[in-house]
Ligand binder design. Sequence first.
Ligand code: 6GU
Length: 286
Amino acid sequence: MRIDVVTIFPDYLAALDLSLVGKARRAGLLDLRVHDLREWTTDRHRTVDDTPFGGGAGMVMRPDVWGRALDDLMLETSAPTVPAAGDDVARGAHLVVPTPAGEVFTQRRAEELATEEHLVLACGRYEGIDARVAEHYRSAGHRVSELSIGDYVLNGGEVAALVMVEAVGRLLPGVVGNPHSLVEESHGAAGLLEYPVYTKPPRWEDREVPEVLLSGHHARIERWRRDQALERTAARRPDMVAALDPELLDRHDREVLAGLGWQVVGGAADGPDGRRSSARLERVAE
Ligand code: 6GU
């Protein structure tokens, strides 16, 4: 995969030389290039921003500078196509614009982006990038995603770009040494947070590792971990419990969840006019 990151602070992305992502780059699994937006300015002061039309605080990044940068980088790979009948995937660069006003970047979004051949990340600063930039590349047939990493405000897109490159990079084949690590983790297919983990020593500060983990009894360990994942998710992320597909829950899961105040409702002929409503989890009043 190729990823281009465009920023006025290329040094911010130096961390991408380190750890797993750095290793993936050196192994040739990830062709990551960081660019200084000011390379595409034409004036003596290398200006990238101007005052907002309509007034208001702060500065807005100019579309002409961004357009020159993105035209150069987005067209270095194939021209965009929508997936036609018989064609398997959309082609051409996918433009990602980190912004607190974007849709939320989730593990599902990371998985989606990991299937692309070419990502271009446009890091805005100040009050953001002139809105015509995203519109223009969308009209030209590129996939364009404006994405936020969470409900808080950063000073620019650089830290979000770091987050996105790491989350996407580790999903590329060969980047994570043991692909099994990707299966059971939080925000995976199970829709649960990961269970707590322990290592040596078995006793530390008067605290023992849960007995079951030392038992060698695989089925019991698996069940205990599943219960812990359910408990943790119910305590920390009730929104994730509400989104669980009841089809993925066995009887024991349902008992554990019932003990935590969650019940499977619907799924029978209990909808309006006796129609079948889809089963879902609901919080029951205590
Ligand atoms: Cl992607 N950018 C900025 N500036 N702030 C954010 C963000 C992105 N995601 C959450 N806050």
